[in-house]
Write a protein that binds this ligand. Structure first.
Ligand code: ADP
Length: 155
């Protein structure tokens, strides 16, 4: 049987406790989870690609089935190129749902063989947003309630 590979794509600028919890929820369902940073040249990032990759590698160091990658271009093309047939996305609220719904349906209409699986965030992480974390960090605030310890150590 072929390996069941899932891609969890995102900016991870930076990875938060919310992202980590989504990977943990999905962990037992797949043979491999590729946490993949999408390189989007038109988007300005707070942490460099290399820093974000380092954060992810530190957070998932103990998880055998998790690998970290970067990609550019269409997410579904990337999935195809590595033989992944599932996409993982996290949902915090109705806004996430509305946004993700259109992308998932359009992807499925493209018949590219990639199915999106959604995982509901835990209540305690439902307000965590990388954008707000970046704002806190930019202004020298304390973001330790929102970030994994491995990331805090690297800041
Ligand atoms: P993007 O730039 O594509 O939105 P993000 O890095 O912000 O990428 O998020 C990647 C995925 O993680 C998305 O599916 C997003 O909904 C999910 N996510 C972000 N924050 C949380 C959270 N606190 N709890 C659960 N899922 C989350």
């Amino acid at each position: 049987m072929s390996k069941k590979i899932a891609v969890f794509p995102g900016s991870f600028d930076p990875i938060t406790l919310g992202h980590r919890a989504i990977v943990n929820k999905a962990y037992d369902l797949f043979d491999e989870i590729v946490v993949a940073i999408g390189e989007n040249s038109s988007k300005k990032h707070y942490f460099s690609l290399e820093e974000r990759k380092q954060h992810l590698e530190a957070v998932f160091a103990g998880k055998d089935k998790v690998t970290i990658a970067t990609y550019s271009g269409l997410t579904t093309d990337y999935c195809k190129s590595i033989g992944a047939t599932y996409l993982i996305r996290g949902l915090r609220d109705g806004k996430d749902f509305e946004y993700e719904k259109s992308i998932a349906i359009m992807n499925s209409q493209l018949k590219n063989g990639v199915e999106t699986m959604f995982f509901m965030t835990d209540a305690e992480y439902s307000a965590i947003n990388s954008y707000i974390v970046r704002d806190i960090l930019k202004h020298g605030g304390d973001a330790s309630a929102f970030l994994p310890n491995e990331v805090l150590k690297l800041l």
